[in-house]
Design a protein around this ligand. Structure first.
Ligand SMILES: NC(=O)c1ccc[n+]([C@@H]2O[C@H](COP(=O)([O-])OP(=O)(O)OC[C@H]3O[C@@H](n4cnc5c(N)ncnc54)[C@H](OP(=O)(O)O)[C@@H]3O)[C@@H](O)[C@H]2O)c1
Length: 275
C-alpha cells in the first residue's frame, strides 16, 4: 500500500491532500500540533471506511528534536514513503524564537522541511516514484537575507513567510544534488492565495489583511487540482509550480551556488545544537 506523509495535514491544503490520498487508497500519516484537528481527521476517515489507513501524530515541528523523533517513528513504522508533503506553517506578526534559538518561521517553514526531506530520503527512495512536495516561493519570494537568516533586524512581518519560501526553493535545488543517486522527485509549489485557516497569531492590522486573504483566496479544492497533476507525474527531478503552471528552475531564486551555501549554513546551525 502506498504511503503519504503530510505535515500540516490537519488543516487547509494539507488536509485536502490527506483526504485525496485517503480516497485513493493510500495509508496517510498527518502531522500537526492540534490533537483535536488530528482526531477530526482520523474520525472522518473512520466514517468513510478508511479508519485503518489514517494516522495522526502530534508533533511540534518547529522543534528540531521533534522532527528527529518523527523521522525515527516513520522509519520504524513505514516500509516506504511515496509522497511527502511539507505544508506545516504558523505565522506570527512579531518575531518569536523557538527553544532551539531559531526564528519561528525559519524553524517551521524551512528547517523542519530540511530535516524531513533529507531524513526521509531513504524511505522515499524505496517507493516506486517517491515524491516530495514543498510549498516554497516558486522562485519569486527572495531575496535571501544571507547575513540575517534569523530575521533579527527589521523583522518583515508576513514577509517572513516569503523569506522561508525562498529558502525552501533553494532546499529543493540542493536536495537533488545531495541525493543525485536516488530517483526521488522534488516539487516546489507556490499555490497563490488560498482560502485556508492561515494558522497564526496576528496583530490587528495583519489580522484584517489575513481576513481579506481568507475571503478573496481561491478554494482549497482548486489549489489541490492545480498541484495534483505535477505530484502524480513530476516532469523533472526538480519541478517548480506557480498556481498550476510549471515555471523555470533556472532563475535567480534557484541558483545552485546559493542552494549549496544555504545547505552548508544549515548544517552549521544544526551542528551547534545538542543531539
Ligand atoms: N493559504 C495560502 O494562501 C498560501 C499561500 C502561499 C503558500 N501557502 C503554503 O501552503 C502550505 C499550506 O498552507 P495552508 O494555508 O493550507 O495552511 P493552514 O491552513 O494555515 O494550516 C497550517 C497547518 O500547519 C500545522 N502546524 C502549525 N504549526 C505547526 C507546528 N508547530 N508543528 C506542526 N504542524 C504545525 C497546522 O496544524 P495544527 O493546527 O494541528 O498545528 C495546520 O495543519 C503552507 O506551506 C503555506 O505556506 C499557502
Amino acid at each position: 500500500m502506498a504511503t503519504a506523509v503530510i505535515t500540516g495535514g490537519t488543516d487547509g491544503i494539507g488536509r485536502a491532500l490527506a483526504d485525496t490520498y485517503l480516497a485513493r487508497g493510500h495509508e496517510v500519516l498527518v502531522l500537526g500540533t492540534s490533537a483535536e484537528k488530528g482526531r477530526a481527521f482520523v474520525d472522518a476517515a473512520a466514517r468513510s471506511g478508511a479508519g485503518d489507513r489514517a494516522r495522526f501524530v502530534r508533533a511540534d515541528l518547529s522543534r528540531v528534536a521533534e522532527n528527529r523523533r518523527v523521522i525515527d517513528l516513520i522509519t520504524e513504522t513505514c516500509r516506504a514513503v511515496d509522497v511527502l508533503v511539507l505544508g506545516a506553517r504558523y505565522h506570527r506578526s512579531t518575531r518569536v524564537e523557538t527553544p532551539d534559538g531559531f526564528e519561528s518561521n525559519f524553524a517551521l517553514f524551512y528547517l523542519s522541511r530540511f530535516l524531513l526531506s533529507h531524513g526521509l530520503v531513504e524511505l522515499l527512495g524505496r517507493a516506486e516514484r517517491g515524491t516530495v512536495l514543498n510549498f516554497g516561493g516558486a522562485g519569486l519570494t527572495g531575496p535571501v537575507r544571507w547575513n540575517d537568516l534569523q530575521l533579527r533586524r527589521n523583522y518583515p512581518g508576513t514577509g517572513a513567510l516569503g523569506h522561508s519560501g525562498a529558502l525552501c526553493d533553494l532546499l529543493g535545488v540542493h536536495f537533488g544534488r545531495v541525493h543525485r543517486d536516488t530517483p526521488v522527485r522534488y516539487v516546489l509549489n507556490h499555490p497563490g492565495v488560498v482560502s485556508t485557516s492561515f494558522a497564526g497569531e496576528y496583530d490587528s492590522s495583519t489580522a484584517a489583511h489575513v481576513d481579506r486573504l481568507r475571503t478573496s483566496g481561491k478554494p482549497v479544492s482548486l489549489a489541490v487540482a492545480q498541484i495534483l497533476p505535477f505530484l502524480d507525474a513530476p516532469p523533472a527531478r526538480l519541478t517548480a509550480v506557480l498556481e498550476g503552471r510549471q515555471v523555470s528552475t533556472r532563475g535567480p531564486g534557484f541558483d545552485p551556488r546559493d542552494a549549496a551555501r544555504l545547505h552548508q549554513e544549515t548544517e552549521k546551525l544544526l551542528a551547534g545544537l545538542p543531539r
